[in-house]
Ligand binder design. Structure first.
Ligand SMILES: C[S@@+](CC[C@H](N)C(=O)[O-])C[C@H]1O[C@@H](n2cnc3c(N)ncnc32)[C@H](O)[C@@H]1O
Length: 278
């Protein structure tokens, strides 16, 4: 069987089973089986598929048909122009989160920020990107030891100045010492689980997705703990979940000022920024 035929057949099976972007998915899985990039498939479409590559490709197609996200099959996801290792122990970093990173980079470059903390770091994508883009060392935490193991691998691979620790939100942070606290917290209401894409619900870690019945539980705790650890004049930046802006803004009204919202490409409020009152 040639690469071209393997691609066509793979795309057809995926399409019949209603997998999104079947052709692209088949290309990604076949190039992963061959350990080459997608351009190779076009340059060598007439080449015969080796038995080993065929076995790998078949396994990957089967996993994808059973709902496993492509990124967990290939164990990688691009974020802010870099490749990060991902496993089912970490959330797959989303492109929307790059808005949070953009806002944080701008703040670090404009305001003096020596102590930066990323809470709920997952794969480490935010913390590692901030450290690499700004040259400022970053602290990052997660409640999941398994997620931190993946984050450390990403840190070492990118040679980024990030220190990780395990903890529940800001509980391990002493004093009002943080200049910039960033977080993409879990924000999906528990009740929404039933209607979620199965790729997300059945494969991504629930500790990374769900935040109580309302989806606001972690925001409530995080905004209150952040007020205790961010220095006066320091900043809090959080990614926003669907329809959470008003509720999160209300949580910030006593301890925070200069509240700003960043909208994503779909014009949805995606990031909230607040300055700790003096
Ligand atoms: C939405 S994911 C974000 C992961 C990563 N920062 C990203 O943007 O791709 C939320 C992360 O928060 C972590 N988390 C959940 N509850 C936590 C808690 N109470 N304290 C610290 N981290 C928590 C999860 O393990 C998960 O890695």
């Amino acid at each position: 069987m040639t690469l071209q035929t393997a691609l066509r057949q793979g795309a057809e099976i995926l399409d019949k089973n209603s997998v999104a972007a079947p052709r692209l998915t088949a290309e990604v899985l076949l190039s992963h089986a061959l350990r080459c990039d997608r351009a190779y498939l076009y340059a060598h479409g007439g080449d015969e598929l080796t038995t080993v590559a065929w076995i790998h490709y078949g396994r990957y197609l089967d996993e994808r048909l059973r709902g496993k996200p492509t990124q967990y099959i290939t164990k990688k996801q691009e974020f802010y122009g870099r490749e990060f290792r991902v496993t089912p122990d970490v959330l797959i970093p989303r492109p929307e989160t790059e808005h949070l990173v953009e806002a944080a980079i701008a703040a670090i470059r404009t305001h003096s920020s020596e102590r930066i903390l990323d809470i709920g770091t997952g794969s480490g994508a935010i913390a590692i990107t901030l450290a690499l883009e700004t040259g400022v060392p970053v602290f990052a935490s997660d409640v999941s030891m398994k997620a931190l193991a993946v984050a450390r691998e990403n840190r070492d691979r990118h040679n980024a100045r990030v220190s990780f620790f395990c903890g529940d939100l800001a509980s391990a942070v002493a004093g009002r010492s943080i200049d910039l606290l960033v977080s993409n917290p879990p924000y999906v209401p528990g009740v929404d689980g039933a209607n979620m894409q199965r790729e997300v619900r059945d494969w991504e870690p629930h500790v990374a997705l769900f935040a109580g019945d309302s989806g606001l539980e972690i925001y409530e705790r995080l905004t209150s703990e952040a007020a205790a650890v961010v220095r006066p004049g320091g900043r809090l930046m959080m990614e926003l979940g669907y329809r959470s802006l008003d509720a999160v803004r209300a949580m910030l009204k006593w301890d925070w000022t200069d509240i700003e919202t960043v909208f994503d490409l779909a014009s949805l409020p995606r990031v909230i920024i607040a300055v700790r009152r003096f």
